[in-house]
Design a binder for this molecule. Structure first.
Ligand code: OOG
Ligand code: MG
Length: 262
């Protein structure tokens, strides 16, 4: 850690206020160039603590920047991890208020729900598959609080990995019955295909994103509890949305989930 707790708290308050007021900000490492990984996750933890103290619940966890398409789009090369609060959840087929967000983008993701705890370090893809209750289709709405989505890894981790909204739906499937590497995803905006991908885009197999999350948490003395919903990361580049846009994701063998921006 290079930042003291007062600075961590101020940065968390600043970033969460930007989130709640839909205001953007320059990336925080401009003022804190010495910020390290522990500082970045400490700011994220403080944002979570603020939300929990106001009665929020953790609805799930997420991995981000797990596909080369996303890493290339954002100019970074390491996966990152964040949390999903219950207030981020949009019902399947529901509406998301665009004015509550800064510059939202949507991305297609494979969602895991666990039935047994996972702990790292040393968590493997086999353990993840054995501990998975089912997989689902999900659309994540990301909304970086940083101006023009321009950030470095530490800034984006502190900003809870641009987490903003998400929708899950379709058909719950046992991952034993699927080859998640070749599972195809077709995302449409207003009926036109805007992105195409397959599960292998995420670290060769999306279960690897869950294993990396368990190993990341293990290094911090935590784990993934049974019954946790996990977004494994965008299969393709994220796509900007405007008010009125309807976004639908068709995931092979898992049906469809959608939302509309109003
Ligand atoms: C960071 C969040 C990345 C994903 O699925 O890759 C993410 C960003 O691109 O703003 O959620
Ligand atoms: Mg994502």
């Amino acid at each position: 850690m290079s930042l003291d707790t007062t600075v961590i708290r101020e940065l968390a308050e600043h970033l969460e206020t930007c989130e709640l007021q839909a205001r953007d900000t320059p990336k925080i490492t401009l003022d804190h160039p010495g910020m390290d990984w522990d500082d970045a996750y400490a700011v994220q933890d403080e944002i979570l603590r603020r939300k929990l103290s106001r009665g929020a619940r953790v609805a799930g966890l997420k991995a981000g920047l797990t596909s080369f398409a996303k890493m290339r789009q954002m100019g970074v090369e390491t996966p990152i991890f964040g949390f999903l609060a219950d207030s981020f959840l949009v019902p399947d087929g529901g509406e998301c208020r665009h004015a509550d967000l800064i510059h939202p983008k949507v991305e297609p993701e494979i969602v895991f729900v666990t039935k047994a705890p996972l702990t790292g370090p040393g968590c493997t893809i086999a353990e993840v598959l054995a501990a998975t209750d089912f997989v689902l289709a999900g659309i994540e709405v990301i909304d970086s609080r940083y101006r023009d989505f321009k950030f470095d890894l530490k800034s984006v981790v502190a900003d809870n990995c641009s987490s903003s909204r998400f929708v899950v739906g379709g058909i719950m499937r046992d991952p034993r019955d699927l080859d998640l590497r070749t599972t195809g995803a077709v995302m449409e905006k207003n009926g036109r295909v805007v992105s195409l991908g397959a599960g292998a885009a995420v670290l060769g197999h999306p279960a690897n994103a869950v294993a990396m999350l368990a190993n990341h948490l293990g290094r911090r003395g935590a784990g993934i509890p049974a019954g946790t919903l996990i977004l494994t990361g965008g299969l393709t580049e994220a796509v900007a949305v405007e008010p009125g846009d309807h976004v639908a994701l068709h995931m092979q063998g898992m049906g469809c989930t959608s939302l509309t921006f109003v």
